[in-house]
Structure formats: C-alpha cells, structure tokens
Design a protein around this ligand. Sequence first.
Ligand SMILES: [Zn+2]
Length: 160
Amino acid sequence: MQAKTDEYYMQLAIEEAKKAAERGEIPIGAVLVANGEVISAAHNMRETWHDATAHAEMITIIEACAILERWRLNDATLYVTLEPCPMCAGAIVNSRLKRLVYGCLDFKAGAAESIFNIVSNTNLNHAVEVTSGVCEEECAAVLKDFFKKRREENKQQKQK
Ligand SMILES: [Zn+2]
C-alpha cells in the first residue's frame, strides 16, 4: 500500500474546517495522524462550547492522547489548515509531536513562523518538523469565503 500524501490528509482537515463554517465557527480544521492512520479530527468549537481554548489543534491533541492512552505523540503528524497560535504551538511542543503540517499563514497570531517560532525553536527541549504551504490557497479560501459571507450577512441585517 502506498503511503498517503500530505495533501491527502490536508484535504481531510479542510473538510473539518468546512464543518466549522456550517456551525458559524471560524473555519479551521485539524487531523492527527499516526502510522498513516487518522487518530482524531476536529474543527474550531470556540463559539459552540464557549471555550477560548477549543481550537481545532487542541481538540485533536486532547482526543488523540485519550485514544492512544499516552501524552507523547512523537510518532504523530498534525495537519491543520491555518498556522497554529501560541497556545496550540505550546500544546504541539508539549505533546512532542513529530511533525506539523499546515496550510496558510496567520499573520495576526501565527506561532510557527509569522510572529513567533515556537514549534521548531531549537532553544526548547523538543523541536517539531514543520512543513507549511500544503493546499495553501484552498485553506485560505475557506477562511476568506467565511468572512466574506459573514460581512454580507451583517450588511443585510443592518438594512432590515
Ligand atoms: Zn490555536
């Protein structure tokens, strides 16, 4: 059996992001993979759960640790549509993830390269392998479409 590509798993993360949009959540999706198998998949749940920490990456990491019954995920890769924020980057380092793969950059909160580099900072006791720009345009388009639609809806409401 041929190993699946980063693009394949990123498409699953994009599917998760689209589910978030349907719920009115900012569309960010994540998938955690170990030995080629999807262990957990989640999307942003901040509004639904009233939880500031309910980012897609946090949920996939927490679920994967529970399913695998261990906190070290050093054989796993996390796929996420948007560059992780400092909180999620901290969780990625603390769970000893092997690899992080993300789609588009977050210039307002990114903690892998845009503002900070937490995930592969060699001063820390664990550095994560990083691949960025996988399905970048598609990941960005999901976010862009969501905000565009929301602006239009807000405009329509004001006109009523
Ligand atoms: Zn985050």
